[in-house]
Design a binder for this molecule. Structure first.
Ligand code: CP3
Length: 334
């Protein structure tokens, strides 16, 4: 069993497994090399030989405990035939949503469109990883996907003023997202994903009064489903104000925390295994500071089941040498 699974299942506190969100990506020259020749990002995600290779790039360099499959949360709207493009310095841009067309898509048609993701998971799991490393599959949370599907661009740029206006469209879309997320999760697990992470990158945008409808109810539905398949689930509700309440309601196996919350408070309040926390910007400073900050998290969670990770994805400007130093610091921690 991998150290990550031992932390999750057996609540081991003597192990310090580590993986990093966005560990495969633009900070690695070998990724940029492949990316240069593959200008269409979604197509790259769907080239299973390349996406398996990219998934394993960081594991060749660093002693990481997991491979997270190289894909994107926006593969889901792509699978539903919504246009998805990535523009440099802007991020994702989605096409107009024709709900009637999208709702006609069958399970088989969806699977056919995104099948290379499953093939890549299979390649990574069977050909390249030892049993000591976990293969992590992932999805976007229903709320974060709803934001991209209806807003059609990052809410960081702008959340449409009328975003919440058409409640019937929102309800229909959330139902559709729930159905196809379960299909996508099941197929990832059947292909070899041993852990599923749910990324709710825009959890922090909502008022408390809206959390039940947009976050708690739809996420509980997914978490229950993943648990019914006997696979552990990690939830990352980035920016949520009350992590304790989130854990009580959603009941994930692991809670991944962002870099704005106080890790000491989390350690006291939350009993389940914790993942992440350190600010990715620390990797842009110097080795002494990096060691100090990483050790701070490891000290705080010394007697708590803990998976080392960052509080958001690794930044593209990160020097791979700093990543190397970080992973070694975690591995050498006693
Ligand atoms: O973690 C990993 O290494 C696995 C791969 C992964 C990617 N995206 C690859 C990617 C994962 C887990 C994601 C999740 C994802 N995608 C999230 C949730 C996590 C988060 O960051 O909040 C979100 C919101 C997306 C949507 C998305 N995809 C955005 C906003 C962007 C643009 C980012 C930017 O800075 O331009 C992407 C593109 C993307 N997804 C890249 C990678 C490596 C960069 C693509 C490139 O090379 O240009």
């Amino acid at each position: 069993m991998s150290d990550i699974k031992k932390v999750i299942k057996d609540k081991r506190t003597d192990l310090n497994p580590v993986w990093i969100m966005r560990q495969a990506g633009r900070y690695l020259p070998e990724f940029r090399e492949i990316r240069k020749k593959n200008t269409n990002f979604i197509k790259l995600c769907l080239d299973y030989n390349l996406s398996a290779e990219i998934t394993l790039q960081p594991l060749k360099r660093f002693d990481l405990d997991a491979a997270i499959i190289f894909s994107d949360i926006l593969i889901l709207p792509y699978g539903l035939k919504q246009k998805v493009e990535f523009k440099k310095n802007i991020g994702p841009i989605l096409g107009d949503l024709d709900f009637d067309q999208i709702s006609k898509i069958t399970e088989n048609a969806f699977i056919e469109r995104v099948d290379p993701v499953y093939k890549a998971i299979n390649l990574v799991r069977n050909n390249n990883l030892t049993e000591s490393k976990s293969t992590i599959g992932f999805v976007g949370a229903p709320w974060t996907l709803l934001v991209y599907i209806l807003n059609k661009q990052s809410p960081k740029i702008k959340l449409k003023e009328d975003f919440f206006k058409d409640h019937s469209l929102i309800k229909k879309t959330l139902n559709l997202i729930d159905k196809f997320l379960k299909i996508h999760i099941k197929n990832q697990i059947d292909s070899g994903a041993e852990v599923i992470q749910i990324f709710d990158s825009w959890a922090g945008l909502l008022d408390d009064k809206d959390l039940d409808f947009y976050i708690y109810n739809p996420t509980c539905s997914l978490v229950e489903y993943i648990k019914s398949l006997n696979v552990p689930v990690i939830c990352f509700p980035r920016g949520i104000k009350n992590y304790k309440k989130y854990c009580e309601i959603v009941q994930p196996d692991v809670i991944c925390i962002d870099y704005e919350v106080d890790p000491k408070k989390i350690e006291k309040e939350i009993k389940i295994p914790v993942q992440g926390g350190m600010d990715p910007k620390i990797l842009l400073t110097d080795k002494d500071n990096l060691k100090k900050e990483a050790t701070k998290y490891l000290d705080i969670f010394k007697d708590h089941p803990y998976i080392f990770n960052l509080g958001h994805g690794v930044l593209p400007d990160t020097d791979p040498m700093m990543m190397d130093y970080l992973v070694k610091t975690v591995k050498n921690y006693k």
